[in-house]
Design a protein around this ligand. Structure first.
Ligand code: NAD
Length: 266
């Protein structure tokens, strides 16, 4: 089996990375940064987001596992004290995977320039470059609302505990294939109106954003941020691709939610 390790880059994560690499090589696994079967991310959720984007072109062939060197992460749920156990599990056990849904973002441009396609593990946000974002929102090709406000956040189920949660969105179990639309400070008065609630769309529903009078937008894909000019539309849906996480121990999603947001003392 071929493995790769990504580190957050701090001293603690780098030391663990070297230790794990040595242990795994001792077990005769092969280190292959380009075509790994398994990627071990050491750091936090941000490190796993980075690893996901690095290997997003081979999601069907690569599975991920995360070790956290700071606080418990949603994607990084192994502790540094457990790495010997993790190494033995990787080297000796045929691993099981759980698959989580992703978000596909397709940006099309005025004048027919080549479209951009991205996959997000957490979410994609759209904001205006100059002040208020104004965009028409379509669901399954039907006009739904004209949004005016700070921005919109489209999240995956596993990303629902991240930015989406801070916006008042619901937490969605990652076994549900869906995308969630959450508003950022919408303008609502007698003239302008939005639904005001987060929307949860099933996997077969496409959500499309269309500019009204300004065509330049700041679009984030997880931790990455891009300026897009002359935008014609931004399309969101749940893609066929999924992320695969290696599972060696049960750590139910609702326990992770509890331990992260309520109390991890038990
Ligand atoms: P960062 O260093 O600012 O970390 C953001 C925090 O989000 C970290 O504590 C991380 O553990 C947590 N996080 C990431 N994914 C999560 C998930 N799926 N569930 C629960 N918590 C999660 O930024 P980063 O490490 O580069 O991560 C980028 C992410 O930060 C974005 O994908 C976005 O979700 C999040 N973010 C959140 C807010 C907010 O809550 N107001 C604002 C901007 C970005």
């Amino acid at each position: 089996m071929k493995f790769a390790i990504t580190s957050k880059g701090d001293q603690k994560s780098n030391t663990l990375m070297h230790k794990m690499r040595t242990y795994l090589l001792d077990f005769e696994l092969i280190y292959d940064e380009d075509q790994p079967d398994i990627v071990i991310s050491i750091g936090g959720d941000g490190t796993l987001l980075y690893a996901f984007h690095r290997y997003s072109s081979r999601l069907d062939k690569t599975a991920f596992v995360g070790v956290h060197t700071g606080h418990l992460g949603f994607y990084a749920d192994w502790t540094p004290e457990e790495i010997e156990k993790l190494v033995i599990a990787i080297a000796k056990t045929p691993f099981q995977v759980v698959e989580y849904p992703l978000l596909e973002v397709i940006i099309r441009y005025q004048g027919g320039a080549k479209e951009s396609r991205y996959l997000a593990l957490n979410e994609s946000t759209v904001k205006g470059v100059e002040g208020t974002l104004v965009m028409d929102l379509e669901i399954r090709g039907e006009h739904f609302e004209r949004f005016r406000g700070d921005g919109l956040c489209m999240s995956t189920p596993s990303g629902s505990t991240a930015y989406n949660k801070a916006l008042g969105g619901a937490i969605i179990h990652p076994s549900i294939s869906a995308l969630q639309v959450a508003e950022m400070a919408s303008i609502n008065n007698r003239v302008f109106r939005t639904v005001g609630s987060p929307l949860i769309l099933p996997a077969h529903h496409t959500c499309m954003l269309k500019p009204v009078s300004h065509f330049d937008f700041q679009v984030t894909i997880d931790h990455l941020s891009y300026l897009h000019n002359d935008v014609k539309s931004i399309q969101y849906r749940v893609p066929e691709e999924k992320i695969r996480f290696v599972r060696f121990k049960p750590f139910p999603f609702w326990k992770r939610v509890h331990d992260s947001f309520i109390d991890d003392s038990d």
